[in-house]
Each structure stands twice: as structure tokens, then as C-alpha cells.
Design a protein around this ligand. Structure first.
Ligand code: COI
Length: 354
């Protein structure tokens, strides 16, 4: 398929790298493509970023049939641009599409479309340390219909946003609040898909956490409210004794690309990484024995986010005296060095944008 290009009349001013937060600035262009049962995915086009016109009955607005991804492009010291594990994100995108009854995309084609978009938008990739271009692909259900079924038509789009740190804390440890009243996902649900509803489901408890002075919620499993699943919008790791433990993927946890990168990097350093069920009681018991050395989250947006405090059932524990732990710091540095091409890339995770 040939990608059409429509030129913008006016180009936007670029923000200073030092002013970048997360997710508020968007580049000049976006990629769009439509799906109908008759034509399949068709009309791929790069056009000026702008509002989408939609019928108020558009299905995504009512039933949340929507999926998305998040990946990043980095500017290296030599000025080149590199993507981090884009094929893994696009593969997971198709898994989410399948779970949400959406038509699959050709993963090679959307990568080609992204490279084409980045070629036009390369000047938007910021260069200051810790900054990157966040890429947000999404698919939404577009039938104008308010009966409940899966849509017959879809829009795929990709937008780009130059970003700095995700959390206002930057790399400082965040405070985590464990909820026993709300869950993010349930067994047999859509927890492992990157779909809008999971994020909507997380908002209420996050508000409660924020009101209590905590940044993020730690989610327990939806069956027994006992086993840790995720934190906020990140996967989670616990260093207990000399084991690095992350909750095993069980169908209600998102299979994070950064989570997988952490596991593979840590194993390559000889660390014993274990993926298994881990209860909140076990974490508190390890803390009480003095064996809970570090806790940190992993995600595309935040990369690595150390956890300094956890509050569960009214009891707060402090981890590593509230300081960034050595493993979180080393993982963060190594991931950044690979992403910015300052270190070897033994896993072949980065892809040049020419
Ligand atoms: C990401 O880490 O890229 C995500 O998709 C989380 C999002 C809530 C910013």
C-alpha cells in the first residue's frame, strides 16, 4: 500500500527540551488508516495532526472498543534517531486487537508507516538527556451505532509527542498505595490487553491514592485480593534477598516490553530473576525480616520508577530508606545507555531511523 502525504499549511513552534513534561505537546503530522470489511485496512496517509470528526454515536465513545501502544524514539549523541523494540510493541498491539475483536494489522507495514512518519517528523525528537519522542499508536471502533456488538469499521492512528519524565518525581522514588477495595482486572478479563477500559478502571482508586498523598496504586489480583499484579500503569519488581521477583504473567497483567527488557538484562548480569505469584503479605514479611531490598516499576513511559514507600491496610513501609536502590539505578542507566546508543546493544533492541 502506498502512503499518501498531505502537507500542513503551518508548522508549529517546537518547545524547549527543558520544558518537556509528558503527553501535552504533539507534532505536526499523524498517520491514519481505515478499516472496512470490504476493503480491509486501506487509505494509509500521513496528514496534519488535528481533531477527528466523529458521529456522537461512534462506538468507541460508548463501549470503549479501543486499544493503544506506547513506544519511544531516542536521539543519540551523534544526532541519529533510534526506536526501542518497535516490533515487540506492534506484536503486542495485534494481541490486544485480537482480544478486543479488532482486525489484525500487518506489523511490517505499520512499522514502515512509523518510519515514514518519523522521517518527516525527525526534528521533533528532542535531544536533552532523559527526553524522547513518545509514539502512541491506537485503534478505535468507528461504526456509528449504539447497539452492543463489535464494530465493523475502525480507524488506526499514530501520533507523536516529545516528552520528558513521566512522573513529576522524575527518577525519585514514588509512594505506592495498595487498594483492597478496587481491582484493575479480573481473571478472564482484558487485563493483559492494552485497552482503554483497563486505564479507566484504574482512575478511581488512583484518585483515592493521590488524596492520601500517594502517587500510584498497587493492584492486587481480582480473585483473592492477595497477589500483586501491577503498579499504576507499570509492571513491578521486588528484590528480596538475592532474588528479583516479578509477578508471573497470568492473563490479567500487561506483558510489558520494558518488563521483558529488565528481566533479560538482569539475567545477563547473573541476577536470579523469578516470575511467580507474590502476595502482599510475603512482601511485608520480607520487609519485616529486613530482606526487601528494592521495589521498582517498569514501563515505556516511566522506564524504571523506584518505589520508596508502600501503604497497605493502613501500615506504611519504607523501602531502602526511601532512596533509589542500586539495581533500579543500574537498570535505568543501562536501559538509557542502550536506548541512546551509549552502550552496546547485545539484544538487538534498537532500530535506526534513517
Ligand atoms: C506506557 O508506559 O507507555 C503506557 O502506555 C502507560 C500510559 C498510561 C502512559
Amino acid at each position: 500500500m502506498e502512503i499518501q502525504f498531505k502537507k500542513a499549511d503551518i508548522l508549529k513552534d517546537h518547545p524547549q527540551d527543558s520544558d518537556l513534561g509528558f503527553g501535552t505537546v504533539f507534532t505536526d503530522y499523524m498517520f491514519n488508516m481505515d478499516y472496512t470489511p470490504e476493503k480491509g485496512w486501506h487509505n494509509p496517509r500521513i496528514e496534519p495532526y488535528g481533531p477527528m470528526q466523529m458521529d456522537p454515536s461512534t462506538m468507541v465513545l460508548h463501549y470503549g472498543q479501543a486499544i493503544f501502544e506506547g513506544l519511544k524514539a531516542y536521539r543519540t549523541e551523534s544526532g541519529d534517531i533510534r526506536l526501542f523494540r518497535p516490533k515487540d510493541n506492534f506484536h503486542r498491539f495485534n494481541l490486544s486487537a485480537n482480544r478486543l475483536c479488532m482486525p489484525a494489522l500487518d506489523e511490517d507495514f505499520i512499522l514502515e508507516a512509523l518510519l515514514e512518519l518519523l522521517k518527516i517528523e525527525k526534528d521533533w525528537v528532542p535531544g536533552a538527556p532523559g527526553t524522547s519522542l513518545y509514539i502512541r499508536p491506537a485503534i478505535i471502533a468507528t461504526d456509528p451505532y449504539i447497539g452492543l456488538r463489535s464494530s465493523h469499521t475502525y480507524r488506526f492512528f499514530m501520533i507523536l509527542s516529545p516528552v520528558g519524565a513521566y512522573y513529576p518525581e522524575g527518577f525519585d522514588p514514588v509512594k505506592i498505595w495498595v487498594t483492597t477495595d478496587y481491582v484493575r482486572a479480573v481473571r478472564g478479563g482484558v487485563g493483559q490487553a492494552k485497552t482503554a477500559g483497563n486505564y479507566a478502571a484504574s482512575l478511581y482508586a488512583t484518585d483515592l491514592a493521590n488524596k492520601d498523598g500517594y502517587t500510584q496504586v498497587m493492584w492486587l489480583d481480582g480473585v483473592e485480593l492477595k497477589y500483586v499484579e501491577e503498579v499504576g500503569s507499570m509492571n513491578i519488581f521486588f528484590m528480596i534477598g538475592d532474588e528479583l521477583i516479578s509477578p508471573a504473567l497470568n492473563g490479567s497483567i500487561l506483558a510489558g516490553v520494558t518488563r521483558d527488557s529488565v528481566i533479560r538484562l538482569a539475567r545477563s548480569w547473573g541476577i536470579n530473576v523469578v516470575e511467580r505469584r507474590i502476595s502482599i503479605d510475603e512482601i511485608y514479611a520480607a520487609h519485616d525480616r529486613g530482606e526487601l531490598k528494592e521495589v521498582f516499576g517498569s514501563g515505556t513511559a516511566a522506564v524504571i520508577s523506584p518505589v520508596g514507600n508502600i501503604k497497605y491496610n493502613g501500615r506504611e513501609i519504607l523501602i531502602g530508606a526511601g532512596q533509589v536502590g542500586p539495581l533500579a539505578a543500574k537498570l535505568f542507566q543501562e536501559l538509557m545507555d542502550i536506548q541512546y546508543c551509549k552502550a552496546d546493544d547485545p539484544f538487538g533492541w534498537t532500530m535506526p531511523v534513517k
